[in-house]
Design a protein around this ligand. Structure first.
Ligand code: ADP
Ligand code: ADP
Length: 228
């Protein structure tokens, strides 16, 4: 299994209920999973645990055979090889499109950097916009820059937190379809959280329902068959 999340539990300080309990998820390389649940069900907490922004109180997380959390192991966020895209894009406002994307590539050699930058700009169809600043772009274009920046270092896992919620309805559908194409083209293993069933159905290979921090359908419910 490429991603192994086992029996994860997390309770915020001062909370009386755990935000996540006994959460397990297994993913193949290249799989796109949606985590669907109401507000407060624990979706963001799962992403925060994966990203290394919180330390789980129980359970473990491994990616590509390497444990990143659990059993006294804790790999810090910047060393996890995880890419993230959030609803508010979080682009650096004082940097052009190309500088935003290059930020994730700062450890590469100059030639490799330029090559990867060109590849990413082409992938998200923004080659003509590399000298623009975020405020000179539409919402959809900004979200594509955020995607390119996250994908540029070739992360082993991509996380999306309600990536379309700041876009208007018609644009949501367009970007959603584009995103699915890009993730499949790059064979990116991805988890995205949403409260929108239509988003989950359109984007994901598989949907996990979560309620009060617990998975409601780890796998499709087996058909009960009785033989006499
Ligand atoms: P979702 O992303 O599905 O809206 P969250 O993961 O944000 O859900 O929240 C799960 C639960 O944890 C909720 O009950 C929420 O109130 C609680 N929670 C989230 N963040 C904190 C925090 N910083 N401190 C205390 N409780 C929190
Ligand atoms: P999208 O479908 O990606 O949302 P739009 O239809 O909103 O694109 O934008 C169309 C064109 O207008 C794009 O080429 C974009 O660069 C330009 N544009 C949008 N907003 C701005 C802005 N605030 N400043 C400069 N150009 C903009």
């Amino acid at each position: 299994m490429f991603v192994q999340i086992e029996n994860l539990a997390y309770r915020y300080q001062n909370a009386n209920q755990p935000a996540i309990q006994d959460f397990s998820l297994y993913m193949n390389k290249g799989e796109i999973i949606a985590i669907l649940g109401e507000s407060g069900s624990g979706k963001s907490t799962v992403l925060r645990l994966l990203a290394g922004l919180e330390i789980p109180q129980a359970g473990s997380i491994s990616i590509n055979g390497r444990q990143i959390a659990g059993d006294h192991t804790f790999i810090p966020p910047e060393k996890r090889g995880i890419g993230m895209v959030f609803q508010d894009y979080a682009l650096f406002p004082h940097m052009t499109v190309e500088k935003n994307i290059l930020f994730g590539l700062r450890h590469l050699k100059r030639m490799q950097k330029q090559e990867r930058l060109a590849e990413m700009l082409e992938l998200v169809n923004l080659s003509d916009y590399k000298k623009r600043y975020p405020y000179e772009l539409s919402g959809g274009q900004q979200q594509r820059v955020a995607l390119a920046r996250a994908l540029a270092p070739a992360p082993s896992l991509m996380l999306f937190d309600e990536p379309f919620s700041n876009l208007d309805a018609s644009l949501q559908v367009k970007i959603r379809d584009e995103l699915k194409g890009i993730l499949k083209q790059t064979n990116s293993t991805s988890i995205f959280v949403t409260h929108d069933q239509a988003d989950a159905a359109a984007l994901a290979d598989r949907t996990i329902f979560i309620k009060q921090g617990m998975v409601k359908n780890a796998e499709p419910a087996p058909n009960k068959s009785y033989s006499l």
